[in-house]
Design a protein around this ligand. Structure first.
Ligand code: AMP
Ligand code: MG
Length: 341
């Protein structure tokens, strides 16, 4: 009798272990990867688990929807229509983005400013007709680079003065990665890696429960990456002048503009990588800190160290990593840990 009981228990345990292993293997083995071209870049979306295929399809649809909505280059986009008509009704996505952008403008003392678009155009970044604007031209344009000129009235009505134009280029990809991560969760995905043109957003842990290892983009062709961060669920977003630029008379002019001068930011930094849970914030901050430069960036981080961590690489090849990444970051390069105080 006892013998039978023990045998049944053993069989039960074996069965349960078998089911668990099978589930684990299905979770790990069922992987869907898709390359999508949107927002001017190649994106690679990878999801694991039972609904991976459906989740990736929904993610792709969402990315194209946001591209349509937010791209200044698309004449039918919500943003292009505001820029043309100087008024518009905010939808859920653009209301969120406008709020976050204005909040960042305030918190970064204007380093992040979505009203930068006329200056982007003056430098030719909008249509690839690159040129160096005159000081006079920039001075005139800068009068209207000012996010306080955006007004939102009741019923979500946005209005901007005639000279103001909006550009979500510094924050849209981070928002898209955040939205895609939300979609993954709606589909019950517990493990995904979303690479939007080198900006990575992860969901959960790797299928085997270990951390993701994300290579940090390097501004130098001779250096494949700056280091590796090991993370759970987070966004890892990099800004660098090397990503879009033109050369004239031996000078490099890149696409991250200092709203104080109207010129490509010359802060001494070559790249800024933000690691944080909030993809929208990570993207906005990578652009902002690039404009601020090392000292200001460190001061900003110290005031907000609960929200994000940062990896700074300067033009002289010095690498700085904030304290929160101390155990997560590895590199073959020497680097300095920035302490909270
Ligand atoms: P990112 O690659 O995220 O740093 O974004 C760069 C893009 O953000 C540029 O191509 C512009 O569309 C836009 N941008 C440039 N300078 C600024 C700025 N100071 N504040 C907000 N957006 C900016
Ligand atoms: Mg950005």
């Amino acid at each position: 009798m006892i013998k039978n009981w023990k045998r049944a228990l053993a069989a039960g345990v074996i069965l349960l272990v078998g089911i668990a292993a099978a589930l684990f293997l299905t979770e790990e083995n069922n992987v869907t990867t898709k390359t999508v071209f949107a927002m001017d870049t190649y994106m690679e979306l990878t999801a694991y688990g039972r609904n991976a295929e459906e989740a990736i399809a929904a993610a792709e649809e969402e990315i194209h929807r946001l591209d349509q909505l937010l791209s200044t280059g698309n004449t039918d986009s919500e943003v292009a229509i505001w820029n043309r008509d100087k008024t518009g009704v905010l939808t859920e996505d653009t209301e969120y983005l406008i709020e976050r952008s204005i909040q960042l403008w305030e918190e970064t003392a204007g380093a992040f400013d979505i009203t930068i678009y006329p200056v982007m155009r003056a430098w030719g970044f909008v249509n690839k007709a690159y040129r160096v604007p005159t000081e006079e031209e920039l001075r005139t344009l800068l009068l209207y680079v000012d996010s306080s000129l955006i007004t939102i009235q009741e019923e979500k009505n946005l209005t901007i003065p005639q000279q103001v134009e909006i550009d979500f280029g510094g924050i849209a990809k981070g928002y898209a990665s955040m939205r895609v991560a939300q979609i993954m969760k709606e589909y019950g995905i517990r493990s995904a890696k979303l690479n939007l043109g080198g900006n990575v957003q992860t969901v959960g842990m790797k299928p085997d429960g270990s951390k993701w290892r994300i290579a940090i983009k390097s501004p130098k062709a001779s250096l494949p990456y700056l280091g590796i961060v090991s993370i759970g669920e987070a966004a890892v977003i990099t800004s660098g002048g090397y990503e879009r630029y033109f050369e004239e008379n031996g000078q490099i002019y890149h696409h991250i503009i200092d709203p104080a001068t109207g010129k490509p930011a010359k802060s001494g930094l070559a790249s800024v990588t933000i690691v944080c849970e909030d993809g929208t914030l990570a993207d906005g901050l990578s652009t902002s800190l690039y404009v601020m430069g090392k000292e200001e960036s460190i001061a900003y981080w110290r005031a907000h160290s609960e929200e994000f961590d940062v990896i700074l690489y300067d033009e002289n090849g010095n690498l700085y990593v904030t304290e929160g990444l101390q155990d997560a970051f590895t590199s073959k390069l020497p680097y300095e840990i920035i302490k909270r105080n």
